[in-house]
Design a protein around this ligand. Structure first.
Ligand code: HEM
Length: 183
C-alpha cells in the first residue's frame, strides 16, 4: 500500500474546526465564573452551544480516525517521540469528549441559573436541580479544562518543534492547503 503523506480533507477540517472552537472556549471560559449571573446566563448560551458542537464533531471525528489510515511517524521521530505523540493524541480525544459531557452534566443539575444551548437546548430542564451533583461536575469541568490547556499547549509546542526544529512535514501535512514533499 502506498505511504499516506498527508491527512484528508475531512480530517483537516475536523481538526481545525475543533481546535479553533476549543482554544476560544478555553481562553474565554476561564473568566465566566466572575461574571454576574444574568450576564453569565447569556454568555453560557453561546458557550454551551459551541461546546455541544465540539461534542458532536468529536463523535464524528473519533470513529472517523479509527476507520481511516493516517500518515505515520516521520523518519525524524524516534521510538519515544512516536509513543509520546500517540499518547498525547489519544489523551486529547478523551479530554475533548469528557469536557462537553462534564459541562452538560453540570448544566443539567445547576441551581442558580438556566443553561439553554444556543437558546434551543434547555439542559437545565433535563434533571432536577441538585447542588451537590452540580458542584461535582463543576469541579470535573474545571479540572478537565486545566488538563486540556496543558495538552493543547503541548500539542502546539510539538507542532512548532517539528516544523522549525526537526524541519519535517508533520505540521504541513495537517495544514488545510499545505503541500508536503512527495506531493
Ligand atoms: C469543549 C467544550 C468546552 C470547553 C473547552 C469549556 C471550557 C470551560 C471553561 C474553561 C470553564 C471555566 C472553568 C473554571 O474556571 O472552573 C467553563 C465553565 C462552564 N462551562 Fe464549559 N466548556 C465546554 C463545554 C461546555 C458545555 C457543552 C456546557 C454545557 C452544556 C458547558 C457549561 C459550562 C458551565 C455551566 C460553566 C460554569 C460557569 C460558571 O461558573 O457559572 N461547557 N467551561
Amino acid at each position: 500500500m502506498a505511504e499516506i503523506l498527508k491527512y484528508g480533507a475531512t480530517a483537516k477540517w475536523l481538526h481545525w474546526l475543533v481546535g479553533f472552537i476549543v482554544i476560544i472556549m478555553l481562553i474565554f471560559g476561564s473568566g465566566l465564573e466572575s461574571l454576574p449571573l444574568d450576564e453569565r446566563e447569556q454568555i453560557i448560551m453561546g458557550h454551551s452551544g459551541l461546546g455541544t458542537l465540539v461534542l458532536i464533531l468529536m463523535l464524528i471525528r473519533w470513529p472517523w480516525r479509527l476507520t481511516h489510515d493516517v500518515p505515520g511517524p516521520t523518519d525524524t521521530m524516534g521510538t519515544w517521540q512516536t509513543r509520546l505523540s500517540k499518547a498525547m493524541h489519544w489523551a486529547l480525544y478523551v479530554l475533548l469528549v469528557l469536557q462537553p459531557i462534564f459541562g452538560i452534566l453540570q448544566a443539567m443539575y445547576l441551581t442558580d441559573y438556566e443553561v439553554v444551548a444556543f437558546g434551543q437546548i434547555a439542559y437545565s430542564s433535563m434533571a432536577a436541580d441538585n447542588e451537590q451533583m452540580a458542584n461535582i461536575f463543576h469541579i470535573a469541568h474545571g479540572v478537565n479544562a486545566k488538563l486540556l490547556m496543558v495538552l493543547v499547549l503541548g500539542h502546539i509546542g510539538a507542532a512548532f518543534y517539528h516544523h522549525f526544529w526537526q524541519k519535517d512535514n508533520v505540521l504541513r501535512r495537517m495544514l488545510l492547503f499545505g503541500k508536503v514533499s512527495g506531493d
